[in-house]
Write a protein that binds this ligand. Structure first.
Ligand code: NAP
Length: 253
């Protein structure tokens, strides 16, 4: 049974590792191809866009994919919309592996905003020391607020750097612990952070650290995703796939 995982997350990697143990599944994991040196995976990886929903539908047909798992990041809305459309067109069963968002806990000083531009405005007119835990796509908007001093952490170096006079860069791949992130925020005397509500453990350190230090966090709201069946854990996906396998075996497919 050929499975395609749309990846780019720690959960996708964990799912691939679990499926690699099961010989009934032939698994391919797809990456967008944005990261120069992606983390290693336990299954074959393909890289690069499919060419929209139509391209993904063509791929599903050409590779005789029996089940599609969307394990992309909750803020990767375009590929999830493509997955929903391609699954509809081809009839390939689709399941999302979606991390629940972090809940706001007592002591969290979150300002929730809809867009990156809202986040830029929310930092304000007074110059502040800002920690940006965002991807390359979002960073450019902060050039509209060059009066702040930025600390930017990303997997790959930000190239070209932001056109702002004061920015420090850290290239690092999570997981990041709360203790490490507290030390980082203190070292750079950060006054405010901007983050996505990614969910999961790997990047929660900064949120826990900000709470302990009493720092505000401007939290970008999750984008709207197309309605689709979803699972919150790798085990739930495995159970769903085993059920799909039983059904297709019973049909003699
Ligand atoms: P996006 O805006 O939803 O997707 C833009 C385009 O990139 C898609 O239309 C698709 O191109 C291609 N693409 C995205 N994910 C792909 C995948 N897994 N395999 C093949 N093509 C893919 O995505 P994004 O927000 O730029 O994220 C790109 C990747 O980084 C995703 O794999 C995501 O899981 C990962 N990631 C994203 C974030 C985030 O905050 N957005 C954080 C961590 C990791 P075509 O239309 O040509 O097929």
């Amino acid at each position: 049974m050929n499975i395609l995982i749309l990846g780019g997350t720690a959960e996708a990697r964990a799912l691939a590792a679990a499926l690699a143990q099961r010989t009934v599944y032939a698994v391919t994991l797809s990456l967008a191809g944005r990261t120069a040196a992606p983390a290693p995976h336990s299954v074959p990886v393909r890289s690069g866009g499919f060419g929209g929903a139509e391209g993904l539908a063509r791929y599903l047909r050409a590779e005789c994919i029996a089940a599609l798992i969307d394990a992309t990041h909750p803020y990767a809305a375009a590929i999830s919309a493509n997955a929903a459309q391609a699954a509809r067109e081809t009839g390939v069963p689709l399941l999302a592996l979606l991390r629940p968002p972090w809940p706001k806990l007592p002591g969290d000083a979150w300002l929730e905003v809809e867009t990156v531009s809202d986040a830029v405005r929310a930092i304000g007119e007074i110059p502040r020391r800002v920690f940006l835990a965002l991807g390359r796509k979002e960073l450019q908007s902060f050039e509209h607020a060059p009066h702040h001093s930025y600390l930017i952490r990303s997997v790959d170096p930000v190239d070209p750097p932001l056109a702002v006079p004061q920015a420090s860069y850290i290239a690092a791949r999570g997981p990041f612990s709360a203790a490490e992130d507290r030390a980082l925020l203190e070292h750079y005397r950060i006054e405010i952070a901007v983050a996505k509500n990614s969910g999961g453990d790997a990047t929660y350190g900064k949120i826990a650290a900000a709470r302990v230090l009493g720092l505000p966090v401007i939290m970008l709201q999750r984008p709207a995703l197309p309605p689709m069946e979803s699972a919150a854990t790798v085990d739930e996906v495995l159970a769903w796939l085993d059920h799909a396998l039983t059904l297709s075996t019973a049909r003699g497919v």
